[in-house]
Design a protein around this ligand. Sequence first.
Ligand SMILES: NC(=O)c1ccc[n+]([C@@H]2O[C@H](COP(=O)([O-])OP(=O)(O)OC[C@H]3O[C@@H](n4cnc5c(N)ncnc54)[C@H](O)[C@@H]3O)[C@@H](O)[C@H]2O)c1
Ligand SMILES: [Zn+2]
Length: 344
Amino acid sequence: MQQQVQFPSGTVNYYLNSSVDELSKICDIDKAVFVTDEHIAQLYPNIFTGRKLLVVPAGEPSKDLSTISSLSEQLILTGAARNSILIGIGGGVVTDITGFLASVYMRGLKFGFVPTSLLAMVDAAIGGKNGVNLGLHKNILGTIRQPEFILYDTSFLQSLPDEEWSNGFAEIIKYACIFDAVLFEELEENSIAFYKNDAAALEDVIARCVAWKNKTVAEDEQEKGIRKLLNFGHTAAHAIENLCTLPHGKAVSIGMAIACKLSEHVTGLDAAITQRLEQLLLRYGLPINISLDATRVMEILKADKKRKDDSIDYILLKNAGEAIIQPLSLQAIENIIATYESDH
Ligand SMILES: NC(=O)c1ccc[n+]([C@@H]2O[C@H](COP(=O)([O-])OP(=O)(O)OC[C@H]3O[C@@H](n4cnc5c(N)ncnc54)[C@H](O)[C@@H]3O)[C@@H](O)[C@H]2O)c1
Ligand SMILES: [Zn+2]
């Protein structure tokens, strides 16, 4: 199923329910340089046979400038030119690296994504943000540039480890919290095992998340307003993720639990909703607490991209499926994070 989505900076072709075998039909594959990680290169060698291929070590530490520098040198060696297209096949780390590299190499090459993790399918591959980390600061260096295409082949998920299913569901639960009370209830009734065994239900959930993200980014690509809602759970998550070396999905899960506690204080969110969210996160194999060093979390938050003077636009819930953008002082956030540990 092909669908075109217009964003201010470009049009993206979505190929939902497709197959990686279709790649040669949708782009000039002879001009392609593939980017992937070691896991995908090992699991799916046939995709890359006879192709120009750059491979990065799997995992978040690859998302940094030294990788970009090394991949750029390799691109020069492969003879990549302005008419080359980079194709990132992998999880969110690969799609972020590929988008960033394509944005800066020779001032910009075309690029496309084949997301292979659930998290990349519902979130990381979509929206044109291409960031890399600098030390503990997540995605602090980045560009906004849209891929030419995103191709969905859910058969990749057959090899996805259980833990990565959970990480993907963290972002799915995020969409449910901020936009979609019906999805929230559906997730409460189902489980990872259910979605693994029901391809149609899984594809439907992926398509709904893709639609929510596309709608939000199409309205506000530069994140001046409504796109900020997608950061629900992410402000604390970005600090936790690197301080505690947790995977993105798990950090977002804890971040959503913290945001609900903040919401109870600020928006009057019913504590029963916090409890339902916590049960939902646990149901999908996600953590809801961790012991935190509030001072170090705050040091990272002070460098957060969303900070304005001494406040941060925090995303809070008013209800399941209803979120707001609320500027909160750094002090108010610190107070909650400091008490968070003792609350649990
Ligand atoms: N650009 C954005 O808008 C955006 C949005 C959300 C997240 N992100 C970024 O995405 C990253 C997280 O993405 P992720 O969870 O996909 O991480 P990831 O790319 O590290 O993938 C997680 C693990 O799953 C493996 N994997 C991926 N697909 C597989 C498959 N089909 N079979 C077996 N193993 C597979 C990977 O090799 C890796 O070991 C973070 O860096 C986060 O900041 C970006
Ligand atoms: Zn995320």
